[in-house]
Design a protein around this ligand. Structure first.
Ligand SMILES: [Zn+2]
Length: 428
């Protein structure tokens, strides 16, 4: 089986490539890349896709997704989350361990991988817990989890409050050549909070979560990484202080990488007016000053990746009083279009955006993806940058519908999602 993607604009940051070219896929791999590729030999097994006017890039990678299986299948399953990923243009996703049971043992990691193989839509990379049940007390069996197929460690949803445990986690993970993904939030400072501490929370009568809850933990993790010479990846950066700390640390040569979520560079806490629980996330939506800092961080390279933090919840968790509503919003099917707004607004070039949504996540997770080099896995995303569409959750693949972007008019959409040489999503 051969696929010829003809005449698209190919952007591949891993090869500094931006040109109108053809791409040939043979079986599961990239077989050729060039202008006017001639088709030699037997053409009976060749499918030609005319992609003039479309953008062809290395398959997008979402390094921060919650799939909810095992345990919360009514919110999302490996299958529905994979379909949502493909529809959003993602060929690979890394899924966080806060399932039930928590992914803190080989059997859970293997279960997720088995499910992903059975549904066979996108590549699923499990992230295993740092601590047993993500309770922050006892470290998990890192080598065993790695052998089972985990690609990173995180207690996402919670911070690893015990600094001694975090130090050991960074050291063990580094010895195995794997990243630790840190959800940075001082749980004592954030306790009882439901929104960003500030005028909006005060006006709404909600308990606040101060910026320093995030800043302190980012600073601590940088200090531990610097002291031990290890690497740390900071999840969903949301504050002006965190961006500054990461920027300074990178300048000093600390091995720190970081990601930002589309909602944190698109929305402020004003989205909480009318107590809209769909906009309740962790870390919370912040102020315009923070949003600007996150955008600046993306622009100057302080923030390496865009990650959706796709967090499905049902109406059971969301149609309740604000204080009791669960944190999180779905993101796999809006992430690309919201991120393309950064290009339209001149914050990022297309090349930089593709790097942040494919090449860089692959490097951080140390997975052999994020490139269209000859011989690489044929994971390819084709987008239509001109397609205008309205966010309509009834058309989404995700099992959950919790997003504050309903009704938004967006521009840019996945046109084809190709995983291992097979078309897994095609725009209607
Ligand atoms: Zn988190």
């Amino acid at each position: 089986m051969r696929l010829l993607l003809r005449g698209g604009r190919i952007i591949d940051p891993s090869q500094q490539l931006d040109d109108q070219m053809d791409l040939l896929i043979e079986g599961r791999t990239i077989a050729d890349l060039g202008k006017g590729l001639t088709r030699a030999g037997d053409e009976s097994d060749l499918t030609i896709l005319e992609l003039e006017g479309k953008l062809v890039v290395p398959g997008l990678i979402d390094m921060h997704t919650h799939l909810r299986e095992p345990g919360f299948e009514y919110k999302e399953t490996v299958r529905t989350g994979s379909l949502a990923a493909a529809a959003g243009g993602f060929t690979s996703i890394a899924c966080m361990p806060n399932t039930d049971p928590v992914n803190d043992t080989r059997s859970v990691t293997e279960f997720i991988l088995r499910k992903a193989r059975q549904c066979g839509v996108v590549n699923v990379y499990p992230v295993a817990a740092v601590s047993k049940s993500s309770e922050g007390a006892v470290i998990t069996e890192f080598a065993d989890l790695r052998d089972a197929g985990a690609v990173a460690f995180s207690d996402d949803g919670k911070s690893v409050m015990n600094s001694g445990l975090m130090r050991r986690a960074l050291e063990y993970a580094d010895a195995l050549g794997m990243p630790v993904i840190s959800h940075c939030e001082d749980m004592d400072l954030a306790a009882g909070g439901a929104a960003n501490e500030g005028v909006v929370a005060t006006r709404l009568g909600l308990r606040g979560i101060p910026n320093i809850a995030e800043d302190l933990m980012v600073g601590r993790d940088i200090a531990i990484a610097e002291y031990t010479g290890t690497a740390v990846h900071i999840a969903h950066v949301s504050t002006v202080g965190a961006v500054a700390l990461i920027r300074e640390a990178k300048r000093r040569g600390v091995r720190v990488t970081a990601e930002a979520a589309p909602h944190h560079f698109t929305l402020t806490d004003e989205a909480l007016q009318d107590y809209d629980t769909r906009a309740k996330v962790s870390p919370p939506l912040r102020t315009m000053g923070d949003v600007s800092a996150v955008r600046e961080g993306l622009k100057d390279g302080t923030l390496d990746a865009v990650a959706s933090d796709h967090a499905p919840h049902s109406t059971l968790e969301k149609d309740v009083e604000f204080d009791y509503a669960a944190n999180g919003m779905i993101g796999l099917e809006t992430s690309l279009a919201l991120s393309l707004r950064l290009v339209e607004e001149g914050v990022l070039t297309l090349d930089q955006l593709v790097a942040k949504m494919s090449t860089n996540p692959a490097k951080i997770l140390r997975i052999p993806k994020g490139t269209l080099r000859l011989g690489a896995d044929a994971d390819v995303t084709v987008m239509d940058l001109d397609e205008e569409w309205t966010v309509d959750v009834t058309r989404f693949q995700s099992r959950s519908k919790n997003t504050p972007f309903i009704g938004w008019r967006l521009r840019g959409k996945a046109f084809l999602t190709i995983v291992g040489g097979e078309i897994k999503y095609r725009a209607r």
